[in-house]
Ligand binder design. Sequence first.
Ligand code: NAD
Length: 323
Amino acid sequence: MVASTEQSDTARQFIDEAGLDNAVLHAQARMHTPVVVTDAAHAELDRHGCDGLVAIGGGSAIGLSKALAARTDLPQLILPTTYAGSEMTDILGETDDGEKRTRRSPSIQPETVIYDVELTLSLPVAISVRSGINAIAHAVEGLYAHDANPVSTVMGLEAIRLLKTALPAIANDRNDLSARSQAFLGSHLAAGVLGMVSMSLHHKLCHILGGTFDLPHAAVHSIMLPYTIAYNSNAARAALAPLENVFAGDIARGLFDLNRSLEINETLADLNMREVDIDQAVRMALANPYSNPAELEASALRTLFKMAVNGEPPGPSSKASSH
Ligand code: NAD
């Protein structure tokens, strides 16, 4: 069984209550799935002859389980406790030599997922709301994905509606079981979108910030989303149009204001990203082409990062062209 260190008590409790007497707990999962952590867990798994994987926790624990499944093809049982949504995808993002690389494979897709809303009650409000915005990011980018389809669009819009209602309620009362259930459903739908269609600029930039600059995943998604949506808002106007009602016209500004209302006030600078790091991040963002509604341009990306480092409100779209 794998978990992050902070969730080792919860994992032990699960092992006791489920009567998994022979289970081996490896509670050393880390964010961005470093390969060295997977190597150590793999060695332990081999030593004990484990015949299945159980993960309890957020995307870090689930990432370790998926990395082990990719190597061993063992079946996975996942109990998610955040809204990151990794449990629903066949995607693995692993970090090695300061770079995060993603791949897809059927062996990575978890076989069984149990959503137990009570497991999320201990998730602090600050992590809950950032994790919820991470889920919104999957759903929003899914709307303008080049391979979006009517099903992914319906799922994404419903995910955004659920999360936009649930997150303020959770911020108001972390024990609000009904809001927690709504948020879990929203995150499940958003994760379904993430698994079904291709992500674009927003996820690419967050991978760079997480994998290379080691910034925390959910906080980075929350900070970046208003700026990446501003960047794409003209080029993806038609795909984003259904959100104009949800965010009172200006979607990027609406996402920025939602952050503020949830007390997500930090900037990339607060997470130790410096202006001198921007050129490297821009170079990486342009290194491997990927699909995005607006054209990728170094100077516009530099401006985007600068605004996120300093926490300026997003302006009107800096990009008008589509391809
Ligand atoms: P995380 O798993 O590190 O959890 C964030 C924090 O919340 C940690 O400190 C953790 O200990 C704590 N926590 C989790 N559950 C808790 C609970 N119930 N009570 C109290 N504290 C709790 O981070 P995350 O944001 O859930 O996931 C981020 C990771 O997941 C990143 O590595 C990211 O790349 C990956 N991810 C992958 C996919 C995919 O499809 N491959 C999708 C989303 C995220």
